[in-house]
Design a protein around this ligand. Structure first.
Ligand code: IP8
Length: 271
């Protein structure tokens, strides 16, 4: 079989939040049991043309914050900080890849900082050749939030959410699934506000109105937590790609979302 004859389906993009696969209250704290459970769920759901993007959690964020990587190159000391932040992300990625591959998933890692650049923090260049070929051949490409070279800032941080939105739009994704550590999208941070109300369905209009209410993240997060996530996803939803937000820390929620089964969470659609 030729590579060109393989897989023409629209991709499904799954974001696995750093808050799901790491403990954000400690530094460099992987949740390997969760990674293994997720790998089982992903294997069981067996979605063709799946792309996974994972976040930084307690690996990328504390190191990025320590060296102010997101603000760009201002001081020589940040050079080592860039390398350190990128390195801890490759370590986290390696742990997640371990779980995926040892669960018989043909996952192949793509390092964003090696095939993308940004300008003022926005993706400017992305060589998609490898991603396209991997998908066509039936592999499961895995990307992640990373340090990135920036044409104006020298370098910065590229969030996994920006990567998700970019790939979804470029490849006209069928849908986006976002796995987080809460049950869906709320009108306030459910970790702080006891009476926070969760939405099971939102239109793009409703989401835009809600955006002002989504506050700053509580845990260390240089890319803006839920507000940052939603801001990135708006252009994909505008393009007609539906987004489902589910709790990835709960057994089988990601599995159900991937399989198209009914699951507690928030669905956001253009209308
Ligand atoms: O957790 C951030 O990715 P995110 C990656 O998807 C780094 O926002 C290096 C902090």
């Amino acid at each position: 079989m030729r590579a060109s004859e393989l897989n023409q389906r629209k991709p499904v993009i799954l974001k696995v939040g750093g808050s799901v696969i790491t403990d954000k209250n400690n530094e460099l704290a992987p949740q390997t049991q969760v990674m293994n459970r997720l790998a089982e769920e992903i294997q069981k759901a067996n979605v063709k043309n799946l792309v996974i993007v994972h976040g930084g959690g307690s690996f990328g964020h504390p190191t990025a914050q320590k060296y102010a990587i997101k603000d760009g190159l201002k001081d020589d000391k940040q050079i080592l900080g860039f390398a350190e932040t990128h390195h801890v992300m490759t370590v986290l990625n390696g742990l997640f890849m371990d779980a995926l591959v040892w669960h018989n998933i043909p996952a192949v890692s793509i390092t964003p900082s090696s095939c993308m650049t940004t300008e003022m923090g926005r993706i400017k260049f992305f060589d998609e050749t490898i991603l396209k070929m991997l998908l066509r051949m039936g592999f499961l490409p895995v990307l992640y939030g990373d340090t990135i070279l920036d044409e104006k800032l020298g370098f910065t941080i590229l969030s996994g959410d920006q990567i998700v939105s970019h790939i979804a739009r470029k490849f006209d994704a069928e849908r986006i699934i976002i796995g987080v550590d809460v049950d869906g999208l709320y009108d306030a941070d459910p970790k702080v506000a006891e009476n926070a109300k969760m939405y099971s369905h939102l239109t793009l209009q409703e989401l835009k109105k809600l955006q002002d209410k989504l506050g700053e993240p509580t845990a260390c997060d240089v890319t803006g937590g839920m507000l940052g996530k939603m801001t990135e996803l708006v252009p994909a939803i505008e393009q007609g790609i539906p987004v489902t937000i589910v709790n990835g820390t709960k057994q089988d929620y990601i599995y159900k979302a991937l399989s198209g089964e009914k699951v507690e969470g928030t669905i956001i659609e253009r209308e």
